[in-house]
Structure formats: structure tokens, C-alpha cells
Design a protein around this ligand. Structure first.
Ligand SMILES: NC(=O)c1ccc[n+]([C@@H]2O[C@H](COP(=O)([O-])OP(=O)(O)OC[C@H]3O[C@@H](n4cnc5c(N)ncnc54)[C@H](O)[C@@H]3O)[C@@H](O)[C@H]2O)c1
Length: 266
């Protein structure tokens, strides 16, 4: 354990992973805990929330698991209240939940549009609505939103509602950052590039007719660094925003993408 987050309480929504492997959420929870944070692991899946809390506890860290769906105001409020009841404060709000739907404007259904917008964007409204007053009362805090490079660039496949929702995450981040800057509440976003998490086997693999190796090769070779990122790359970027080392940094949208958004197809 190191001390970059010593004494801080991190409330992580979407702290699990779709598979019993490493995703952006559980890698971040473990990274925060290794730096001394106490973790409130929240997920819509009870199994995923508990698995992350267990991973933290196995390394000697402190964690509780809470089941909540970020699209429900009542459940988000309940998770925030539980964190405060248990630990008395929330220093880090980490919004990791993200879902998607395939297709452009013609293919995407209204149902998918509303579902993705609710889970990816309205969720930030609920978590911020209930966490910011806690942070204001205690004199500050750090909000870390997980966006995507799909918020600023075409990523190879039509997923319009995902792209639009993550763009909304970006401006949500910048607006909250300015409104609460003088309250010492910072708000930043990590924009993951092509990351090798189990989730891509659900969302991206269909574009490669189920051929995992073909998908891996195509994703890796498109990146200037010639590899996909790992969940630990995302966790380490989030750690900077969560820690006091970034105390003068707010409203930043940081791609973590091996240079992908700096390049053009050639
Ligand atoms: N994997 C990538 O290549 C990539 C790229 C860019 C951005 N991202 C973003 O990173 C984040 C995490 O990605 P991941 O690949 O680790 O995903 P993941 O699906 O493995 O993890 C997300 C977790 O959120 C939980 N969750 C889903 N809906 C929820 C809800 N309504 N309420 C509460 N919890 C819910 C899931 O159960 C899961 O444990 C997402 O925001 C995603 O958009 C990922």
C-alpha cells in the first residue's frame, strides 16, 4: 500500500466487470485501495460489486459492496447515504458505468437511445446531485467521470448513441468543474481509447464476426503505440485525478489512448 489517497473514501459506481476478469472499474477500485482509499463498491450486479470489494479486502484494503442501478434516483441516493453512514464522507466520486447500442440514427431504436442516455448520462446527474452536497459540506472532493475517445472521434463502427452520450459526459464534466471550482470540488474525465477489457467481447466482437484474434490485431495496429490499453492504464490516469497531486486540475478531458486521437487514418 502507498499513500496517495490515504484517508480518502472513494464511491465507485460500476465498480465491477462484466466478467470475472479485470475491467476499468475493478482495476480502478484496487488501484485506489492500494493507495490507501477506502472503497464503496457499487454495481447493479451484486456478484460484481462483491467481487471487487473482495479483491480489495484480499490485498488488505477496506471496502464495502452496495447494489444499485445508476439509472434509479432512489438507488443512487441509497448508495450515497450508505457510504456516508458507513464512513462519514465521500472524497472521490468515480463514475465508471457505461453501456452502448449499435447503429446509426436509422438503425438505433428509441428504446436503445433512451436506455444508453439514461445509463451513461442521466446517471451522472443522479450521482452528482447526491454526492456534491456531501463534498460541499466537507470542503471539497474529486469527481472522476469515465468518458471515451468515442466522445470526440469516430472509433470505427456506428454506435451513435454511445458517441453522443459520451460527448454529453464531457460537457457535463466541464460545466460541473466550473460551477464548483470555488468549492474545491474538482471534476475531470478520462477518455479511454481502445482498451482490452472483457466488455469489448460483447460490444465490438460482433463487428469482427466473433473472431477475437482478428479484433485484437485490428484494434492494436490502429493505435500509434501498436497495442490496446489495459484497465490499469485507465486506473492510473483516474488515480491522478482522484489524488491531491491534481489539486489545480479541473474540467480536463484526458484521452488515454496510446496516441490514437492524435493520428489520422493512413
Ligand atoms: N473497454 C473499452 O475499450 C472502453 C473504451 C472507452 C470507454 N470505456 C468506458 O469504460 C467504462 C467501463 O468499461 P469496462 O469495459 O470496464 O466495462 P464493464 O461493462 O466490464 O464494467 C462496467 C460495470 O458497470 C456495471 N453496470 C452496468 N450498468 C449499470 C447500472 N445501470 N448501474 C450500476 N452498474 C452498472 C456492470 O455490471 C459492470 O460491472 C465504461 O464507461 C465504458 O464506456 C471502455
Amino acid at each position: 500500500m502507498a499513500d496517495r489517497l490515504k484517508g480518502k473514501v472513494a464511491l465507485i459506481f460500476g465498480a465491477g466487470c462484466v466478467a470475472e476478469e479485470w475491467g476499468n472499474g475493478n482495476a480502478t477500485a484496487v488501484t485506489y485501495a492500494r493507495e490507501g482509499a477506502t472503497i464503496v463498491s457499487v454495481d447493479v450486479s451484486a456478484r460484481a460489486a462483491k467481487r471487487t470489494a473482495d479483491l480489495v479486502r484480499k490485498e488488505g484494503g477496506a471496502a464495502i459492496d452496495v447494489v444499485a442501478d445508476v439509472s434509479s434516483e432512489t438507488q443512487v441516493r441509497g448508495a450515497v447515504e450508505r457510504a456516508v453512514r458507513e464512513y462519514g464522507r465521500i472524497d472521490i466520486l468515480h463514475n465508471n458505468v457505461g453501456t452502448n447500442a449499435q447503429g446509426g440514427p436509422v438503425q438505433c431504436s428509441e428504446e436503445d437511445w433512451d436506455r444508453v442516455m439514461t445509463v451513461n448520462v442521466k446517471s451522472l446527474f443522479w450521482t452528482s446531485k447526491y454526492v456534491i452536497p456531501v463534498m460541499e459540506k466537507q470542503g471539497g472532493g474529486s469527481i472522476v467521470n469515465i468518458s471515451s475517445i468515442a466522445s470526440i472521434a469516430w472509433t470505427g463502427h456506428p454506435m451513435l448513441v454511445y458517441h453522443a452520450s459520451k460527448a454529453a459526459v464531457n460537457q457535463f464534466t466541464r460545466s460541473v468543474a466550473v460551477q464548483y471550482a470555488d468549492k474545491n470540488i474538482r471534476c475531470n474525465a478520462v477518455l479511454p481509447g481502445l482498451i482490452d477489457t472483457p466488455r469489448i467481447r460483447i460490444t465490438v466482437l460482433p463487428f469482427y464476426a466473433g473472431d477475437v484474434e482478428k479484433m485484437r490485431t485490428a484494434r492494436s495496429t490502429s493505435v500509434p503505440m501498436r497495442r490496446m490499453g489495459s484497465p490499469w492504464d485507465i486506473a492510473n490516469a483516474a488515480l491522478y485525478f482522484a489524488s491531491d497531486e491534481s489539486c489545480y486540475v479541473t474540467g480536463v478531458l484526458m484521452p488515454v489512448d496510446g496516441g490514437l486521437t492524435c493520428s489520422v487514418p493512413h
